[in-house]
Ligand binder design. Structure first.
Ligand SMILES: NC(=O)c1ccc[n+]([C@@H]2O[C@H](COP(=O)([O-])OP(=O)(O)OC[C@H]3O[C@@H](n4cnc5c(N)ncnc54)[C@H](OP(=O)(O)O)[C@@H]3O)[C@@H](O)[C@H]2O)c1
Length: 241
């Protein structure tokens, strides 16, 4: 039987790369990054679809290509690509604000729109939006980043309800968000040591998260065993908040 297709955005590094390694045996993967050169590892048999998601034109082309090339058997979308520019809002240039809004929020919205068209025809599908603990807790110097991540939680809850309203009986479309805490990747590598120690002291698990802590959860959430998980936000943070 043909494997179902799963799109993972931001699959060149960090969480997206770990998720791709975890899912590759069971699914055919569509791997996204800002550009092909970003990949140092690609799971065999995967498709590559690149776009700089801060660029409106590239985002539109990406969505069209996704529908045209993979619409037949797209089963799930993991909106994982993201970026942060940590600094006081007072000193944040508008281009950084736009980049965070576009990559972290507008792109998942438009990719979800494309996916909903496909899932409506296929009568099944899953959208997982990768949010963040700071979408709920907030964090100094991450006001815009946190706002985009809170937006993803609201988007997921609303879209899950919308899918329920629009779907006929027999459709199974699930939408939810996943909020990692502090996971060791390039993104968190940039955080100053003193800040890392402060965060560590607030984690009951007494360690930072590993990429596989998130990837294992995603594999479960995509599976039929998670068929009744919908419209919610799932925290993976060792107890941090
Ligand atoms: N690490 C954590 O502790 C943590 C905690 C909570 C939430 N998250 C969220 O989890 C997701 C993954 O984080 P990570 O730590 O794995 O990040 P990462 O290691 O910095 O990787 C970011 C990924 O996003 C892609 N990306 C960034 N800017 C892009 C753009 N303009 N256009 C297209 N793709 C772009 C990158 O592609 P290129 O390689 O081409 O740049 C890369 O694949 C993000 O949404 C992040 O906000 C992470």
């Amino acid at each position: 039987m043909e494997k179902k297709k799963v799109l993972i955005t931001g699959a060149s590094r960090g969480l997206g790369l770990a998720i791709s390694k975890k899912l590759s045996a069971e699914y055919t993967l569509i791997l996204h990054a800002s550009k092909p050169e970003s990949f140092t590892h690609v799971e065999p048999g995967s498709h590559i679809l690149c776009a700089d998601l801060s660029d409106g034109e590239q985002l539109t082309t990406f969505c069209k290509q996704l529908k045209k090339e993979h619409g037949d058997s797209l089963y799930a979308v993991i909106n994982n690509a993201g970026l942060t520019h940590d600094k006081p809002l007072l000193f944040q240039p508008e281009r950084e604000i736009d980049a965070m809004l576009n990559v972290n929020l507008k792109a998942p919205i438009l990719i979800s729109k494309t996916a909903m068209k496909i899932f409506g025809l296929n009568k099944t599908g899953v959208i997982i939006n990768i949010s963040s603990v700071v979408g709920e807790s907030g964090h100094a110097f991450q006001s815009v980043y946190a706002a985009t991540k809170a937006g993803l939680v609201a988007l997921s809850r609303s879209l899950a309800q919308e899918a329920g309203v629009l779907s006929e009986e027999g459709h199974s479309i699930r939408v939810f968000s996943v909020s990692p805490g502090f996971i060791e990747t390039d993104m968190t590598d940039a955080i100053p040591q003193v800040e890392k120690e402060k965060i560590l002291s607030m984690i009951p698990a007494k360690r930072f998260g590993k990429v596989d802590d998130v990837a294992d959860a995603i594999a479960f959430l995509l599976s039929d065993k998670a068929a009744y998980i919908n419209g919610t936000n799932i925290h993976i943070n060792g107890g941090l908040i």
